[in-house]
Design a protein around this ligand. Structure first.
Ligand code: CAA
Length: 283
């Protein structure tokens, strides 16, 4: 099927990044947020990223204007009625996401694909909120979306081959490599990443090493761009705890058990970069 118009639900960090890369790839993109302030904040973030690209000479001012011209912000779900593909990027919460899928199912054209950017929630469970489970798929982007070259495509129990193929072609048209995972908790990346991050917290907690040395160990010893504790601050400690709990609920193994220090830091609001403080201070 031909995808020409893309809808994005949510214009936060992930939703704005997804909106930007879709518009940059030439798609008309309609992004929906809950309030005018959130719409203008999200589009303002995209404007800022594109302006940096213009100042670095990676894009001309005309190209930036064309990208922004392909983006329509709205607070109305009804404005998504002409979308061929809608990507949901709202808060990581099963009920919230299922409600979005229920609404989208009633609005999007019958042959439209409904995708979720979830990092941990079952695509099959999201699909169950719709009458088109064969047209529901996971498209998990990575932060920062314009920089990270990966989309993890998650195939629900009922996702059709046709949907998988269309979603793969769409992901590749954004210039991303698309990897494929069955609908299992954590998919590929978080199945591997979350226990690693939790182990780094356990090392801090047990006083084995300083956060700086743990991070230097993985940056210099394994060529990771960020050490695990800086990465935790980047992803968000609250987000990491949420994903760890989904995985723990599913697998019931110590591998995914959140260490007390992580819970305490989240309780204290030390959620990482976004809150100004996590393992490091962003004052
Ligand atoms: N939006 C767009 N572009 C951005 C950006 C953003 N938010 N942040 C950085 N960039 C761009 C910069 O403009 C710069 O571009 P140029 O090379 O063209 O100049 C480039 O990225 C590098 O940025 P910086 O030089 O400022 O900083 P850096 O070298 O420290 O790189 C980084 C920043 C790319 C974010 C790097 O720190 C990195 O790779 N971090 C790891 C990110 C990561 O692991 N993400 C995955 C998290 S897991 C996840 O998202 C999924 C989940 O389910 C938990």
């Amino acid at each position: 099927m031909a995808i020409e118009t893309v809808g994005v639900i949510g214009c936060g960090l992930m939703g704005s990044g997804i909106t930007q890369v879709c518009a940059q790839a030439g798609y008309r993109t309609v992004v929906r947020e809950a309030s005018e302030e959130l719409v203008s904040g999200g589009i303002g973030r995209i404007d800022g990223v594109l302006s940096r690209d213009v100042s670095k000479g990676k894009m001309t001012a005309d190209e930036k204007a064309a990208v922004l011209g392909r983006i329509t912000g709205t607070t109305e779900f009804d404005d998504l009625a002409a979308c061929d593909l809608v990507i949901e990027a709202v808060t990581e919460n099963l009920e919230t996401k299922q409600e979005v899928f229920r609404v989208l199912d009633g609005i999007a054209p019958p042959d439209a694909i409904l995708a979720s950017n979830t990092s941990s929630i079952s695509i099959t469970e999201l699909a169950s909120a719709t009458n088109r489970p064969e047209q529901v798929v996971g498209l998990h982007f990575f932060n920062p979306v314009p920089v990270m070259g990966l989309i993890e495509m998650v195939i629900g129990l009922q996702t059709s081959e046709k949907t998988v193929e269309a979603a793969r072609q769409f992901g590749e048209s954004l210039g991303k490599q698309v990897i494929e995972a069955k609908d299992t908790p954590g998919f590929i990346v978080n199945y591997l990443l979350i226990p690693y991050l939790l182990d780094a917290v356990r090392l801090v907690e047990s006083g084995v090493a300083t956060k700086e040395d743990i991070d230097a160990g993985m940056v210099l010893g394994c060529s990771h761009p960020l050490g695990p504790l800086k990465l935790l601050d980047f992803i968000g400690l609250d987000t990491t705890l949420y994903i760890a709990e989904v995985l723990y609920d599913a697998f019931r193994t110590d591998r995914y058990a959140a260490p007390p220090l992580l819970r305490q830091m989240v309780a204290a609001g030390m959620n990482g970069r976004k809150s100004g403080r996590g393992f490091y201070d962003y004052g």
